[in-house]
Write a new protein. Structure first.
Length: 611
């Protein structure tokens, strides 16, 4: 995604800062930590800062002048506009020229000037610029060292700069620790800014986030970033540390010349906080922008972001009730996402085909999750194929995990595995959770994940409840127990017309031999969680509802009743549907459960690779 802005080039100024009469003083202070030495009274701090500001401007103007000019390709149309910033979504084919050698050399010289200036004047702006340009110049370890030694009075800024450099070094645990040290020691007004979802939330959602007590706001902050972690399998929360890193860059840029050549303002900050740091720059020219009879420089700098960026932030609409979030709801495509990010360890992160179900077990909740990482086989007429199959072509070792994040503040629970696809289970106490299934191939920097809300309350005496419906693989025999069914749970809910498949469920709280009327059917659409009979009735009244009804009885002793049935998918048009089940009991409230499914077109030749 390029971010572009038009501007008139400013005349260059050359300064001889360190090459002036201060040179002898600077050289005498080069032994690190230079700025720990008593400051020479002949040095004018304001003059040093002024000269370094000028040199920073010179470097950015030089970078611009050495960025090749190409013809503008998109006609100047914007996919989004933030103030003066025109944004468009270029896709993975977008590229930008490599940085010229002379630009790298100019940066090295400027870094030396900053280092010498810091030796004379231990100033927050100077050390901020020094760490920034060290990191930009791929000298991240030196940036970490400079931030660790630091030596300025504003210790919180030292910790924030260290967190920034550690994040860029992909040391996310250490980065978060440094950022949290910064939060603990920064002024309260600054801390409030750093812990507010400014720009990444809409204004109304930001107000809601800041409402309530300090404790409630703190809890929202922790929950938002916990659930925004791209992969629980990977240590550290790099989405949180990347957000803080953007705030560090914003503070550094707020009193410096921006590479895009614009004066710093809210639009530049919003673009940075929402879309992240630029990974490179290019420059374009559009002759059609020239004014008739007047000279008008139409060259402008473009900033580029990672082409695989996606939206990983937990949706603001569900922050008050995360357990209500349905599957596939918050990895959003660039055009849909308000804020972007690309995990360096797995920028190619896709949705994982899953089927997750809840079952009651002696006061516990059994979670069953079947999963399968997939690709669209473009050479096979768009078939969905397993990633680790010959058609999928993935060969690196997989790491898998199932996660349950309690929403009451308890630590997340997890189970890990090494199977590329299969079924995982966990026993947890009833409550509200966000569940996650993940598969990672770090060798090829690929990952798949699926998350959704999961809620189960303790069963009250005298009431009846039903588990989730689980669809099994086609062709397997009908199981007699859930233990037999679990290994054959289908990873995903894609079906084709005419396909026969088993469905299983459990019922809890039935009286001995109690008569039950069971209704199973298909309806069009993808409803959210159904909790009331009225919701169910509105679902089963589409233009064409297809269902069957039969009589059943409760168990011969008080226990969970396991049931299985084989169904044939009717001849439905491709699209989203719901498989629903309702239990009608004499004198008791009906019980409802449902399973969204996807009906795919029947293949012309051979079956789809679904299992």
């Amino acid at each position: 995604m390029p971010v572009s802005s038009a501007h008139l080039p400013m005349p260059k100024r050359r300064h001889e800062f360190i090459r002036s009469a201060m040179l002898a003083t600077a050289l005498s202070l080069l032994a690190w930590p230079a700025y720990a030495t008593a400051q020479d009274e002949s040095i004018d701090p304001e003059k040093v800062l002024e000269e370094l500001h000028d040199l920073q401007e010179d470097f950015e103007r030089f970078r611009e002048s050495r960025t090749p000019v190409e013809m503008e390709r998109n006609g100047g149309l914007c996919d989004e506009r933030i103030g003066r910033i025109c944004i468009w979504f270029g896709g993975v084919e977008e590229n930008f020229p490599a940085e010229f050698r002379e630009v790298r050399q100019a940066r090295v010289q400027f870094i030396r000037d900053l280092s010498d200036g810091l030796a004379m004047v231990p100033d927050p702006w100077i050390i901020g610029q020094l760490v920034h340009y060290l990191v930009e110049g791929q000298n991240v370890d030196e940036g970490i060292r400079v931030a660790e030694v630091c030596g300025i009075a504003e210790e919180w800024w030292c910790s924030a700069l260290e967190g920034y450099a550690l994040h860029m070094r992909t040391k996310y645990l250490e980065s978060e620790e440094a950022f949290r040290e910064a939060l603990a020691s920064m002024p309260e007004e600054e801390r409030h800014r750093w812990t507010t979802p400014e720009y990444i939330f809409t204004e109304d959602a930001e107000k809601d986030f800041n409402a309530g007590s300090a404790e409630e706001r703190e809890a929202r902050f922790e929950l938002l970033w916990l659930l925004s972690d791209p992969l629980f399998l990977f240590e550290g929360n790099d989405r949180l540390t990347d957000h803080f890193a953007r705030l560090v860059v914003a503070r550094n840029r707020s009193d410096a010349v921006d590479p895009l050549g614009l004066e710093w303002d809210d639009d530049l900050k919003e673009t940075l906080v929402r879309y992240g740091r630029n990974t490179g720059y290019s420059r374009t020219h559009n002759p059609s922008r020239m004014l008739s009879g007047r000279f008008n420089d139409t060259r402008r700098m473009l900033g580029h972001h990672h082409p695989m960026s996606r939206g990983y932030l937990f949706p603001e609409d569900f922050l008050e009730s995360p357990a209500a979030i349905p599957p596939e709801s918050w990895i959003t495509a660039p055009r849909e996402a308000r804020t972007w990010y690309a995990p360096p360890y797995a920028p190619d992160l896709r949705a994982l085909e899953t089927q997750v179900g809840r079952f009651r077990r002696d006061g516990q909740m059994l979670i069953v999750g079947a999963y399968r990482p997939t690709f669209v086989d473009m050479g096979g007429e768009g078939r969905i194929v397993s990633a680790w199959s010959p058609e999928g072509g993935v060969s690196g070792p997989p790491s898998t995990g199932m996660f349950m994040v309690p929403l009451d503040g308890r630590a997340p629970l997890y189970a890990r595995g090494r199977e590329a696809e299969g079924v995982m289970t966990m026993n947890v106490r009833p409550g509200s959770y966000v569940s996650g299934l993940e598969v990672v191939n770090l060798q090829d920097r690929q990952a798949w994940r699926a998350r959704q809300g999961v809620v189960q309350r303790p069963l009250e005496p005298g009431l009846v409840d039903v588990s989730d419906l689980m669809i099994l693989r086609s062709g397997v025999p009908l199981p007699e127990t859930m233990d037999e069914a679990i290994p054959n749970v289908r990873p995903g809910v894609r079906l084709i017309p005419g396909e026969r498949f088993p469905v299983v469920w459990e019922v809890y709280g039935l009286r001995i031999a109690e008569p039950v009327q069971v209704t199973i059917g298909f309806s069009q659409g993808r409803p959210e969680f159904l909790e009331h009979v009225g919701d169910f009735l509105s679902v089963i009244e589409p233009e064409r509802a297809i269902e069957i009804t039969f009589e059943d009885t409760g168990p011969d002793q008080v226990q969970a009743a396991f049931r299985s049935i084989e169904l044939t998918l009717p001849d439905l048009e491709p699209g989203e549907y719901t498989l629903h089940l309702q239990l009608n009991l004499s004198g008791r409230t009906p019980v409802i459960t449902s399973r969204p499914i996807i009906v795919e077109p029947a293949p012309d030749e051979g079956p789809l690779d679904r299992d």
